[in-house]
Design a protein around this ligand. Structure first.
Ligand code: PMV
Length: 323
């Protein structure tokens, strides 16, 4: 088989619309791909030892430091998988996904690297294999992730996700709406946030009820997303979800400030997305002008980056199952 000299893999960011944290406790979640924020990986055959070039690290693969251990182990796993332990290559990782902001940066990099290796070895990759291999990185980077990040960064469609059970394309009919995504600039701490929730649940019935409520909210949101008329309901559900996430202890004063400002400027709802304690806030509007006002005002109070995602991109009639 003739191998390529240059191979490619790509992936994109993700946003959890409903169900962060409760998804860890077997409740459903809804997550959206964010196509405009993405990662591309170029694998080039060389005659020098394996190296990585990226925004975060440039140098030999062997010297990748411990906070990139997941990436290093994934690459070693792929070299074993293709029985190519002596392959010489450069891996160039270009990513516009901010790190540790609940946008799935590590999962997207793992997905793009896995796709680049399969492209290099001229092998097609099915979804189950992709999720299983990229998870080598996620297990090391995140401990025991629910899998929602990988499921969304490798999907072209919004998904309905229940840990180890469902990973399915969702019916999405609200097309005339917009999400403003704003980065607080504060690094989210997924494992710290997941542990915090775990401790709260051990000691309090009301916190256990919050998890159940977050699950109920996801079910209601799924029904509303399938109608063209229910955008206000989705906004209200986002506000309710934020209340539960706050009581679980994973909000942050800046997250609350961003949510309040978005609502005062016409957002139908606003909440954190991802693990919280920092990271990003999402706000829903039913028109682009309001979305732009919210974006500008969040920038003015210190959002480090903001994006607007139109729900029109998610319109679909398909009932394709992703597993
Ligand atoms: O990686 P993040 O920050 O998007 O968090 C993932 C969502 C959690 O529900 C908090 C954790 C998980 O594994 O699902």
């Amino acid at each position: 088989m003739k191998l390529k000299t240059t191979a490619f893999g790509s992936s994109h960011a993700k946003i959890i619309l409903f169900g962060e944290h409760s998804v860890v406790y077997d409740q459903p979640a809804i997550a959206l791909p964010l196509y405009s924020v993405n990662t591309t990986v170029t694998l080039t055959a060389t005659n020098t030892p394996p190296s990585v070039t990226s925004n975060y690290y440039n140098g030999p693969l062997a010297d990748l430091d411990n906070n990139l251990l997941g990436i290093k182990e994934l690459i070693n796993y792929l070299l074993d998988y293709f029985n190519a332990p002596t392959l010489q290559f450069n891996l160039n990782v270009h990513s516009t996904i901010p790190l540790e902001r609940g946008m799935g940066s590590s999962a997207a990099i793992a997905t793009a690297i896995t796709r680049a290796f399969f492209d290099y070895f001229n092998q097609p990759i099915d979804r189950a294999t992709l999720l299983q291999i990229a998870n080598v990185e996620e297990q090391i980077t995140h401990g025991s992730p629910s899998g929602i990040d990988l499921a969304t960064v490798s999907s072209e469609k919004p998904i309905w996700f229940i840990k180890n059970q469902e990973n399915q394309q969702i019916d999405f009919k609200i097309t005339n709406s917009y999400l403003v995504i704003a980065d607080t600039g504060i690094k989210g701490k997924t494992s710290a946030a997941v542990n915090l929730v775990k401790q709260k649940l051990a000691n309090s019935e009301s916190h256990r009820q919050s998890i159940e409520q977050l699950g109920q909210i996801a079910f209601q949101a799924r029904t509303s997303l399938a109608k063209t008329t229910d955008v206000k309901v989705i906004g209200e559900l986002m506000n309710q979800a934020q209340g539960h996430l706050q009581s679980l202890g994973v909000s942050h004063p800046i997250i609350e400030q961003f949510c309040t400002l978005a609502r005062l400027n016409g957002a139908l709802g606003a909440k954190l997305t991802g693990s919280g304690l920092g990271g990003c806030v999402i706000a829903l509007t039913d028109n682009l002008q309001t979305a732009q006002i919210i974006k500008n005002n969040l920038n003015a109070i210190g959002a480090t980056e903001t994006w607007i995602q139109s729900f029109a991109n998610y319109d679909n009639q398909l009932e394709e199952h992703l597993e």
